[in-house]
Design a binder for this molecule. Structure first.
Ligand code: CO
Length: 185
């Protein structure tokens, strides 16, 4: 089932989400819905709070990013349950990010290229894995959602000022978007 995306302005996007355990209700169904919603909205990642659930999990599929840009690397389709970024290394690099919750806005964000992540996979196995490039960036972006952080928090005050009006429009639902969204009011 495709779920509506929570739009910028809803306080759920600013909450710190809670870890989940195996008792999480209908987890398999929720994960399937996360993937379905991500593909339907052409996203490369989606975090549970963006679907109104304040839980620490997200899905990503970065494979198309590599295909599209003809970049070396394969990308990854993966669910991350209770992820924790253990470290981030390398020189900051800039890349234009967007967010399904903030349609129509794209800004350059600086992040480190290599990360080590501890997470639980779909089989409830604990994993610690290193990621880099686009895949690392998508994980960093989605992991931020679990802490109530949005990519627009990471741009300069001047750029933030320039998009202030647009953000207010999104908050009020004055935005054209080709997927279903849920606005704060
Ligand atoms: Co996002």
């Amino acid at each position: 089932m495709i779920l509506p995306i929570i739009a910028y302005g809803d306080s759920i996007l600013r909450n710190v989400s809670k870890e989940i355990d195996r008792m999480f209700p209908n987890l398999d169904e929720f994960i399937a819905n996360m993937y379905e919603t991500m593909y339907a909205t052409n996203g490369v990642g989606i975090a549970a709070p963006q679907l109104g659930i304040p839980a620490r999990l997200f899905v990503i599929d970065s494979r198309e990013m590599y295909n599209k840009d003809g970049i070396e690397g394969q990308g990854l389709k993966q669910i991350f349950i209770n992820p924790e970024i253990i470290n981030e290394t390398g020189q900051n690099w800039e890349y234009e990010e967007g967010c399904l919750s903030i349609p129509g806005i794209r800004e350059n964000v600086r992040r480190r290229p290599t990360i080590k992540v501890r997470f639980t996979n779909e089989n409830w196995e604990d994993q610690t894995t290193e990621f880099d490039g686009y895949t690392a960036r998508v994980i960093q972006h989605e992991n931020d959602h679990l802490d109530g952080v949005l990519f627009i928090d990471k741009i300069s005050p001047l750029k933030k000022q320039l998009i202030r009006g647009k953000l207010m429009e999104i908050q009020r639902g004055w935005v054209k978007v080709d997927y279903r969204m849920r606005f704060a009011r």
